[in-house]
Design a protein around this ligand. Sequence first.
Ligand SMILES: [Zn+2]
Length: 474
Amino acid sequence: MARILITNGTIVSPSGRYASDVFIDGETIQAIFQPGQAASLGIVADKVIDATGKYVIPGGVDVHTHMELPMGPIEATDTFETGSNAAAWGGITTIVDMALQRKGENIQDGLAAWHQKAAGNCSIDYAFHQIMGDIHDQSLKDMTYLVEHEGVTSFKLFMAYPDTYYSDDGQILRAMQEASNNGAVIMMHAENGMAIDVLIQQHLARGETDPVFHSISRPSLLEGEATHRAIVLSQVAGNVPLYIVHMSASEALNEVARAQHEGLNVFAETCPQYLYLTLEEHLSQPDFEGAKFVCSPPIRSRHDHHHHQSDLWKGLRMNELAVVSTDHCPFCFKDQKTLGRNDFSKIPNGLPGVEHRMELIYQGVVLGELSLERWVETCCTTPARMFGMYPKKGIIAPGADADIVVWDPHQKTTIGINGKHHMNTDYSAFEGTVIDGKVDTVLSRGMVVVENDTFTGRKGHGKYVKRDLCQYLH
Ligand SMILES: [Zn+2]
């Protein structure tokens, strides 16, 4: 493996920015040098990356992806190979994907299946959360086994989707009680699925079948209610760490902020789609084009009594939202999204996104919504700490994995099928969006995987990361 010197750049970390050079030996960051210090010490590198005028940041960590997720008769279109390559293009060097347990399935089998999908196929490092879709005595035992032996320390439950992954309050409480013993984080899809299903049927009965009714049938009040209920259950279980995934609504954010104020171990993430897309501009597009933006929780209206997007940006600034993830769950428009042409409830839920999180959140820096340091914190450092991968991941420091992005603030990126797009979908949810910045060079454990607008990574370079417990609490 090579010795690489990244020189003349500005390192950005959550605590500030400073001019320094990064020296990499093999897979690891060996030293941080004052500008010019490496030469005076006689350090010789095999490769020098000139980062003049550029930012040098930790590789992005996306803790919410769904590669190859089966959904009814179809599957999310990115494999671990195509999805990890697209992630690398976007400055992501670690993904945490959601291994699946469905009703009637065994958790250990679900995890084994996910290892099989990913092993030997990823160009960047990967880890797993475990979805628990069937909570009973055995799955609770398996949960603790995964924490203790498999490096899986977080478990996703669903208050939505009564037909598939849904857990009732009793099951949720039991999983949380188990987590209070084994130290795991409970991740929650917080929407009141029972009430939403009633609303869906009522809309369909009235002939309201267009994609926009996907959002109208999932009101933000029911995300707020479920978030509140999850928080109370986690409190009853003994202040178990609770992480609300893909938050879209002000009501939910307010519940999380209040819980944090009361000293509860409650965390949350949001995703770029909730910060930028709207019911009016996207979900309401004619000719079924709105289906391209169907995900759950849904894209919200700009005319609700809360202004969700400005509240979510505020939450990111204030650390009420600790993390930005993507919930990358890609489906093609042709033959997949179109399954719901006459019934919005049959549109597969999910958006392609893993490639564009660093870009879209950087645009928030340009827009004045958050600081450069906070961009790095929410996209790189905190996700690594939240899910037990720090300080190997999420920081530029001696001893850390050499997962590094060189970011050029002077270039632009045009996102979309007609621009930058490497995910395996036939559309982009951000077609034509122009970002005031660009992924310049990406390193995964010392290997250059993107450089000069070329993918130089290798299938199978990415390794499985066994995770520790949440490092905010342990
Ligand atoms: Zn998800």
